[in-house]
Design a protein around this ligand. Sequence first.
Ligand SMILES: NC(=O)c1ccc[n+]([C@@H]2O[C@H](COP(=O)([O-])OP(=O)(O)OC[C@H]3O[C@@H](n4cnc5c(N)ncnc54)[C@H](O)[C@@H]3O)[C@@H](O)[C@H]2O)c1
Length: 332
Amino acid sequence: MTGQVGVGLAGLGRMGRIHAAALAGRCSTARLACVYDADPDAARAVGAELDVPWTASYEELLDRVDAVAIASPTGTHAPLTTIAAAAGKHVFCEKPISLDRATTVAALDAVEAAGVVFQVGFHRRSDPDWAAAAARIHAGELGEVTFFRTSLRDMAAPNPAFLSGSGGFFLDVTVHDLDVARWLVGEVVEVHAHGAASDPAFAALGDIDTAVVVLRFANGALGVIDNSRSARYGYECSTEVMGTLATARIDAPHVRGVEWRTPGLASRDIARDFEERYPWAYAAELDAFARAVRDGTPPPVTGRDALAAFDLALAADESWRTGRPVSPEVFV
Ligand SMILES: NC(=O)c1ccc[n+]([C@@H]2O[C@H](COP(=O)([O-])OP(=O)(O)OC[C@H]3O[C@@H](n4cnc5c(N)ncnc54)[C@H](O)[C@@H]3O)[C@@H](O)[C@H]2O)c1
């Protein structure tokens, strides 16, 4: 295969529209070939806006493309992945792969049996800041890693319809940080999670909107994750990795490089959401997927990486419910 890889996009909500914009305008190796949503009005609207073919039939989407990006609700990822793999199509799948472990493993088995490329949407692995820090950490420039800290906080909670199918706080939110923990530091052997619902709407769903998760890594390092669904001041996604030789801090909260100064006060913008913070990471992950399809390069996030992060999220959920530290090994 040469040239750009035509990608069919399934699911055109919050995340799907970000991927549509990336594929239509920011990617170099991938291009938007066709859009699909179970809601024909959504498919028609995005197709018209971006001047690409649209369909309300997944089978028709698969007939038109060699590769799909799946950004529909989490509970639909595994069936859409399995159907695509059976049709010999390469799959980029938003996180997490599924709402339960058995379905996740079955979807991974299906893509492995089909021999198609499969990549999961942990976009920080494709962000230039994170990738640059990761390269230096992996080269040993921190020395022995002793401590990991990461904060992921949304400014405002998503709508209740999304929350009810999200899999809960740890599977939906913390899973990003758990993947980063494994990527930057190594395997996690124990998770101790605490959660709270500051907004009663979350308690009514049996969910939480705030959490602190303490990690023990196999190499002896300690870690702490803090997450919030509604930080109110803006979107925050920052990490620190401390080692015996240096500390890496990744934090780029501003959208623009302007500081506005008035007497005694300097102010700057803060990203309001993941779309403002990471437009280029979302494009880069789709380009990496397209390169894996076209050139055979390894995808930056494999299905097995996603399963490991999923197991850690299950451990966090179990720990929050029982009040005890949990090893991810119990889910394997
Ligand atoms: N990587 C990230 O940073 C990130 C951020 C947000 C969401 N997500 C993930 O993206 C996925 C979608 O989340 P969202 O916030 O965009 O949800 P959303 O509810 O805004 O949008 C979902 C869209 O999928 C459509 N849909 C429903 N069933 C479908 C089906 N069977 N086939 C095709 N389309 C279908 C809906 O009509 C809707 O347009 C979730 O799995 C979520 O975890 C990832």
